[in-house]
Structure formats: structure tokens, C-alpha cells
Write a protein that binds this ligand. Sequence first.
Ligand code: BES
Ligand code: MN
Ligand code: ZN
Length: 511
Amino acid sequence: MPTLHVIDKALASLTADAIIVGIGKGKTRPLLTPGAQAVDDVLDGKLPEALKVLSASGSEGEVTRIATLGAGPFPVVAAVGLGAPDEGGRYSAESIRRAAGSAVRTLRGRRNVLNALAYEADATEGSLDRIRAAGEGALLGSYRYLAYKSKTPPARDTPAQRVDLLVANAKDPALKAELRRIQAVFTAVTFTRDLVNAPPNDLYPAEFARRAEVAGKAAGLRIEILNEKALAKGRYGGVLAVGSGSDRKPRLVRMHYKPTVRAICKIAIVGKGITFDSGGISIKPAAKMDEMKSDMAGAAAMVATACLIAELGLPVELIATIPMAENLPSGTAYRPADVITFRNGKTAEITNTDAEGRVVLADAIARACEDAPDWLIETSTLTGAARIALGARTAGVMGSDDLRGRVIAASERSGEAMWAMPMPPELRKGLNSSVADLINANTDRLGGMLVGGHFLSEFVSEGTEWAHIDIAGPAFNSGSAWGYNPKGGTGVPIRTLLATIEDLITDAPVG
Ligand code: BES
Ligand code: MN
Ligand code: ZN
């Protein structure tokens, strides 16, 4: 894992194994950002010609590597495309974040890397956002999942060990807190990616709970783990039903953070933790079933977020309620037509055992509401329909108007793509059962993501502000790496959760 630093010395006086600069997409040729300009000055104005020879355009995702052959204090310049600037000549923080990730992924084998993506001679509006983006992108882009590789990869394949961000004033007191936040976010995202990428034969409910406990205790959280006995005693009918097909028994993990100062509000977080989703008796087709190891990405993100909030010492009380189960078919599995009773006494007739996420979440949300939180945020790889509607990179957000709006606004700051989704009242009828209070899956496939939201809303206490983030698309990247996103687990929506919680703190009513 690389370390991140800030530096404000003159470029000519610095040495490194490579330097990253941003170039924009201009009408006829790439545009030099201030960092690229500073490098060009050191290279005696030769950078535009080098970019031209190599056909660099400045488009997003493009990385052009130039050997300086002794002309500068760094052997390699990586000029990374930022796309076209806005009318003010500015690039979005997210384009900088992605560019930093692309550059770091390309610069394998370079130990010490200078990052001039957010460089400017004097701080201007949004400087700190761009520094955050350049730092986050570089660290997140360095991720690799090596836990199951029998050999350590060679040094020429190893990403940067140290990243120095070029800034106008390294002594700016705001930067110290910012560096700490970037590193903490990186740790949380890395933890989540590792959990999501872990194979389901090794990451089953009890083991997932154990890893949550280890991390939570290290962060100073109070941890409670309900095993199958405790789940039965607590009437968690949904978690038990979904977990009943597997020999690896379900768990419910509770993680409690209390700040040392007075808490501004109480936040409940809930995440779906299906360590493997075969569909159960309503079994899935074999194609891509392996990707269902990622069906615990919501839970992983919430475990990491609980640790992250504690790590940063934010002035909120936070309680995570995290159901973990494996959805398998077997002689003991729950089946279509079963009726189950949830923690809060409501009942559901199972029409499809593959709609298991909402079944475990119903219990978890009901339990979370017993703590009377001011806000409840839940995230899950809930529906394939979310991918049909929004594609693989955008999450769908449902819930009460205020909190849903705050999550969407936070996602615009964090750079994680999310879109607000409605819960049309007529879709609620699709969940009516002739036998129980609800069915768990509607028979037509209309508005599948929104029906999922409706089902969950049945378990949120009246008047509680809540949000549901369906991350079935962006939690797991089944394509190749892009920007700062590796193949596999991505860590979405941790950055938005943190930004939302920060907003709930700053925007709290005084009283
Ligand atoms: N875990 C899946 C949703 C999913 C699908 C996530 C693809 C990521 C990629 C979920 O448990 C599921 O199977 N949902 C069903 C619901 C349906 C039966 C109502 C779906 O989306 O088909
Ligand atoms: Mn399923
Ligand atoms: Zn699932």
C-alpha cells in the first residue's frame, strides 16, 4: 500500500521515478494543465512536441508515457488525459480522480511517483477538492488483489510505494486533515475490495463476521455477533430462512460507534451480506454465477464505513446492523411457497428464493429501527433490474425525499455515480399476497429495482428518514480496470456514505 504526501518544492529540485501530469482535450491539440506546464518548463518546452509525436489527444483514460532521457529529474512523464475542460478551463474533480488512477495503474514498477494533477501556483476555488481527487485516485488505482497468488509479483509489476502530491503550499493546515481523510478512505475501500474479492469457500457468514469483529475492535467499536441460536431467539425469520440451505450458518453483526464528544445525530447503517447467491431453490443460470461472491458488497461497505467513521472520530453515533447468509439450494433450504415471519412480526410468502436480499434486509432494517435512529442508510446488490435500468456503473437511490436527496448530492461530491429513483405507489400492489402480508418478489418484472425499494420500505419505522442504495451495478467490476477501479470489488458506495454522514453533521439543526 503506497503512502501519500504533499510537497511544494520547485520541480527542478525533485527526483522521482516518474511524474504524472494532466492534459486536456483541446480542439486541435492537447492542453497543458498547470502541472504539465511546470514539467514542460523543466523540459525546456519539449513536452508539446513529445505529445504530438506520440499522438496524445488528452481524452479521458489515455495515458502517454514519455522517457525524458536525462532531460529532467524524472525518467518518465506520464501525461494522462482529462477530457475536455469546462468553459472556465476547469476539469472536474472526478476526471482528475480517474486520471490519477489510470496513470498509477500504467506506471507499474515506478516506486516513487510525483503527482502534479492538482498542482497550481496559487490555491484557487476547489483546490482542496482537486487535491483530494488526485490523492484518492492515485491510491485507489494502486490496488491489487494478491491474497490467492502463490508468487509475489516482480518489482517491475509493483505499483508505486510512495506518491507525492504537488501543491502550492504544503504547510496549509487544511492539508493535514485532508491527507488523513484520503488515507482512511483508501484503507476502507481496500478492506471492502478485499472482502468482496474473497472467494466464498473462505468468506462464509461466520468468517465474514469474524473479520468484521477483528476490524471493528481495532477501530474501537463495540461488536455483537448473533449466531444461529441467537437469531432464532431474536425471531430473525428472514435471515434464518435464507441461511437455511447452507451448512455455513447465518450471522447478524452489530457494530456500535459512540464518539468521545457529544453525538450530533444517530445514524443506522445496514448492508446486504449474502456471501454467495446461487439463487437457492429458484436457482440462477450457471453463466456468471461466480460473480455472486460479490453479493455481500453492501455489507462489506458498511463494515468498512463503521470502522472509517470511528477512525476519523466523527461526532455521530453510528450503529451498523449487518445480516450475513449464504443462499444455497439443499434439503434444508427455504423454498417457494414458504411463509416466514420477520423480526417485526410481519410475514412474507416466498415466491422466489433468489429475491433473498430483501428477506435478510427486512429483519436487519426492523432491528436497526428499534434503536430509533435519526437516519437510516442501507445499501445492497439488490436487483439485476438496477443494472438493466442504469448500467454497471451507476447506483439507484430510493427512500424518503430528504435523505435520498442528500445521498445524491453527496455522490456528486464523491464522484460515485448515483441516480435518484422513484417508488411509484402503484408498484406496491405487486407485492400483495393472498396468504401472507407480502410476497417477496413480484411476478411481472416491471420496475424490479423500485419494487425492491418498496419491499424494504415496509420494514422502516414510520417517520424514519431512510435511503436505499442499490449497488448491483457498480459494486463489482466484471469488465477490465478503468480509472481508479480495478477488476472485481470497487468499494462503492463508501465515499458517498462518508460524504453523506459529513453532510448530516455540518447541516444538523442547532439545538
Ligand atoms: N444478488 C441478486 C442481484 C444481482 C444480480 C446483483 C446481478 C448483481 C448482479 C439478487 O439477489 C437477485 O437475484 N435478485 C433478483 C430479484 C428477482 C428474483 C425479483 C433479480 O434481480 O433477478
Ligand atoms: Mn438473489
Ligand atoms: Zn442476491
